[in-house]
Design a protein around this ligand. Sequence first.
Ligand code: NZQ
Ligand code: ZN
Length: 385
Amino acid sequence: MNNFRFHAYTDIRFGKGQVNCLPELLAPYGKNVLMVYGGGSIKRNGLYDKIKELLADFNIFELGGVEPNPRITSVRNGVAICKKEHIDVVLAVGGGSTIDAAKVIAGGALYDGDPWDLVTDSRKIGKVLPIVTVLTLAATGSEMNKNAVISNIETNEKLGTSSHDFIPQASICDPEYLYSLPAMQTAAGTADIMSHIFEQYFTSHTQAYISNRFAEGLLKTCIKYCPIALKEPGNYEARSNLMWASTLALNGLLSAGKGCAWTCHPIEHELSAYYDVTHGVGLAILTPRWMRYILNDNTVDKFCEYGCNVFDITEADPYKCANMAIDATEQFFKDCGIPMTLTEIGIDESKLELMAEDTIKYNDLDRAYVALNKEDVLNILKACL
Ligand code: NZQ
Ligand code: ZN
């Protein structure tokens, strides 16, 4: 295995009623809290009122309206509040978009220039205000990781940045908050969790046996519980397993001792940058096409390993086995109700070339599991139409 650093320090409070710990978790950082949230789901499900009641002794300032695929404009607004009100700690209440925006706000609060600089160049991230989160969507793992993804609509850019100091100090993960999710967000969130696992599972490293078995366990968890959560939104067992899977899939555990550049995520970020699509939907569409495109003599055994260990496929012929595994992946996303072509989500051929070019421009796809150039990305995108 490769050398690695695993310092996932987030204080996770998992389970029913854990929001009651919020005052205790925020208190060490000070009284001035910036509460960041999205377009209103937390007002509809009662979480907003509950938090305001719990934090009656704190000075709460608010930034609501953070968009899915969060915009740099929202981040700038949050930074302005932090600077004006001497904010001590940033509290994100929501999904990955809200948490990601909160991270860059926390960095921007202690940075002199435009926070977009922190997105385009992570080396500029210096000191960061402490971040605490209340998670309401199982998908990104942002509640325990160092990443943030921010969109700039004016320039059609959606870029990831990261800092060790972006890792939240504490995260409250109460599976009951997932009950109010629309079915499509449950399905897209699961596709995102699975894609995080695939990006770390499909590498050329052969020695990280332990990471691969963790990965397969998490994939099986998604495949078992997403259909149950879709059928019974209030099923606690399903929601709690999905919620913990989302955290573990992208907190450094699966890439410990292995790793290479990611593929479907960079391509999806271009779909979102140009068409503002739901991240997990874009990933579900891309994943089986990418898998088929990179299936060759060097990768076939890895796909068989996936098929055998995750879908219990027993086919002896390696290519048949690999294709069955890829078909099963596609069918799973379909069965979850995710639209499985770009055409269905309103994307035509007109910008595919541009998106392929930008994918290569902003990312390191020559270091991916199977190295891809612009032509390859374009072919994968065309196969998704
Ligand atoms: O804005 P509100 O009203 O809260 O509604 C949200 C939003 O419309 C809604 N929602 C969230 N929790 C809910 C709920 N609705 C009802 N009940 C609840 N409990 O769901 C919609 C989507 O929310 P969003 O936060 O955008 O979803 P997600 O968690 O999937 O985050 C997606 C963003 O994270 C980035 C993606 O690119 C995308 O911008 N990613 C972040 C990563 C990271 N930080 O590590 C890694 C990922 O690969 C990903 O790129
Ligand atoms: Zn993702």
